[in-house]
Design a binder for this molecule. Structure first.
Ligand code: DON
Length: 302
């Protein structure tokens, strides 16, 4: 595995320079583009890394899985009264469908859906960001995971699109808390700073029937774990979910910080990171690395 990871990174490194670092959040535009890392964590606790696997980056939309899992933990199936679990076929920050569908987001991974999940968590937790940070610290086994406040503030200053979505949902009665407060919370969890190792470990319960071995926590039931993986497989990469299923064949979740996490049910979690994105907002080299690795090992679930 170790030799294979080095080989895969060498193979995809020439893609660096062909994508574009996210710049709609100004603080993300400063990240040096020529970075590439990968971590693979096995259900038996074995860890393999290559490249910049220990360098922290902004997890961005990958955090939407943690907020969804927390909402499922406290509210179960009731959350689906507020949003769906269908792929949107639209960019992650699109407003178009939201009005046509009466303020009910298609799924929890597009921004509108993640904002509804943040609203649900805001109603439940006294301090939603701290509760998520502590949850992620336990899952990753890293007690130093923290929010990068500079990035959270930069997102808040450039919140027009996300604010428009949240206020539109409020106009349809699908938003219950103060919009600005929920936006602050959402930007803070997107601005959690983690590295590939942290994320591969934090997602391991999704490869292991909902159980996180190193924290000793049954995070979700077996059935709920299958359901979260199914939403990742159908919506985790937005309007590129079909391409990801075709090329990689695993449940996955991406973020505009350039991270992608993928789950091999019953076996491994993988986190790959490279900051330059393709047109759909997913890591260009990261997708390619997962494609090569999945093909070489035969990981596709299809
Ligand atoms: O709200 C936003 O636009 C960002 N905080 C998260 C977007 C994101 O990561 C989309 N992923 N590919």
């Amino acid at each position: 595995m170790q030799a294979l990871l080095n080989e895969v990174l060498d193979q995809v490194r020439p893609l660096i320079g062909k994508g574009k670092v996210a710049d709609y959040i100004p603080a993300l535009a400063d990240v040096p583009a020529d970075q590439l890392g990968i971590a693979v964590y096995g259900n038996d606790g074995e860890l393999f890394t290559a490249g910049d696997a220990q360098t922290p980056f902004s997890i961005q939309s990958i955090s939407k899985v943690f907020s969804l899992v927390q909402a499922i933990q406290h509210s179960g199936e009731a959350i689906w009264e507020r949003l769906g679990h269908e792929p949107s076929g639209q960019p992650f920050n699109s407003l178009l469908q939201l009005e046509l569908e009466n303020g009910r987001p298609r799924n929890p991974f597009i921004n509108a859906g993640a904002l509804v999940i943040s609203d649900i968590n805001q109603s439940r937790f006294a301090a939603p960001v701290l509760s998520m940070r502590d949850f992620v610290r336990r899952l990753s086994g890293n007690a130093h995971v923290a929010v990068d406040n500079r990035i959270a503030e930069s997102e808040y200053q450039h919140r027009a699109r996300n604010a428009a979505m949240a206020y539109l949902m409020q106009s349809f009665g699908n938003f219950h808390n103060d919009v600005e407060m929920v936006l602050r919370g959402y930007f803070s969890h997107c601005a959690l700073s983690m590295n590939c190792v942290d994320l591969a470990k934090a997602f391991c319960f999704l490869a292991n029937d909902g159980f996180c071995k190193h924290s000793g926590e049954q995070v979700l039931s077996v059935r709920q774990t299958q359901q979260v993986n199914s939403i990742m497989a159908t919506s985790g990469l937005y309007d590129e979910a079909g391409n990801f299923a075709y090329r990689v064949g695993l449940p996955g979740k991406s973020g505009v910080g350039g991270g992608i996490v993928a789950v091999v049910p019953g076996q491994y979690t993988i986190c790959v990171w490279s900051p330059e994105l393709n047109a759909a907002g997913n890591s260009l080299a990261g997708m390619a690395a997962l494609e090569v690795l999945s093909e070489r090992i035969g990981w596709s679930v299809f």
